[in-house]
Design a protein around this ligand. Structure first.
Ligand code: NAP
Length: 246
């Protein structure tokens, strides 16, 4: 069923001003979704994403909000729903790192990462899901990480946030499956974006069986599959996109 406001399904992608989020917007645009491009600070990046969405044959708009801020997010989701009638696909992609050995980790770095990746899931998904439940349709995909499955030295905060995201997603998936709403997770390995610009890429490549870094589009295409009817019997799953790391 399509959205009554403009005849297209609507996708909200958080953290879509660059990197994986930007690529997801383009893939979902190709699949016919109207795209709501969320960003926190990079307005030019978000505008570029919207331009790429239009080049891919769809349309959309930009909405600035901080997913870690409950009130700001609730108001933004409310406005998006009023404007569009529904959010048919939600992609929880916004995320940051604040790496350091756990023993040296300041509390603010722990909180910052948890607040965006894990509490951000709560803040965005809850109001979106309320509407999906009323409409008895919709799909949610959240971007976790190989670190959330395996842990990673220097990333206790990030691994905890991403493992929490996986647990929350599987639980919510079980709660809403009977209503026709699917909830899944994509767990990327090392992907070529700003997030890894300071990572020791050459060293890390040696532990990737495919011996290369992934591209944002390689994650985005899996998200597109999960948001499509081709994935109609897939829910509560974690799909790794990591060049065969395990
Ligand atoms: P990126 O290039 O650094 O982009 C991060 C995006 O998140 C930006 O659009 C940023 O918006 C947004 N963002 C950050 N804090 C936000 C907030 N509080 N509210 C709303 N948006 C916020 O990162 P990326 O590599 O594309 O990562 C995307 C997702 O994939 C993240 O969840 C990350 O953990 C995950 N991931 C990445 C890799 C990798 O190797 N790159 C691997 C595994 C998982 P602004 O620019 O507007 O601030």
């Amino acid at each position: 069923m399509v959205n009554e406001a403009h005849g297209k399904k609507v996708a909200l992608v958080t953290g879509a001003s660059k990197g994986i989020g930007q690529a997801i917007c383009v893939e979902l645009a190709k699949a016919g979704y109207r795209i709501v491009v969320n960003y926190k600070s990079d307005e030019m990046g978000a505008a570029k994403t919207l331009e790429m969405v239009r080049e891919a044959g769809s349309n959309g708009n930009m909405v600035k909000f901080d997913v870690s801020n409950f009130n700001e997010t609730e108001a933004a989701v409310d406005a998006i729903l009023k404007q569009n009638g529904s959010i048919d696909a939600l992609v929880n992609n916004a995320g940051i790192t604040a790496d350091g050995l756990f023993i040296m980790m300041p509390r603010r770095d722990w909180d910052a990462v948890i607040d965006i990746s894990l509490s951000g899931f709560y803040n965005v998904t809850k109001p979106v899901l309320e509407k999906m439940i009323r409409l008895k349709r919709g799909t949610v995909v959240s971007i976790a990480s190989v670190a959330g499955l395996l842990g990673n030295r220097g990333q206790a905060n990030y691994s905890a946030a991403k493992a929490g995201l996986i647990g929350a997603s599987r639980s919510v998936a079980a709660e809403v499956a009977r209503l026709g709403i699917r909830v899944n997770v994509v767990a990327p390995g090392l992907i070529e974006t700003d997030m890894i610009k300071d990572a020791p890429v050459e060293n890390i490549k040696t532990i990737i069986p495919m011996a290369r870094i992934g591209k944002p589009q390689e994650v985005a295409r899996v998200v597109r599959f999960l948001c499509s009817r081709d994935a109609s019997y897939v829910t509560g799953q974690v799909i790794s996109v990591n060049g065969g790391m395990f």
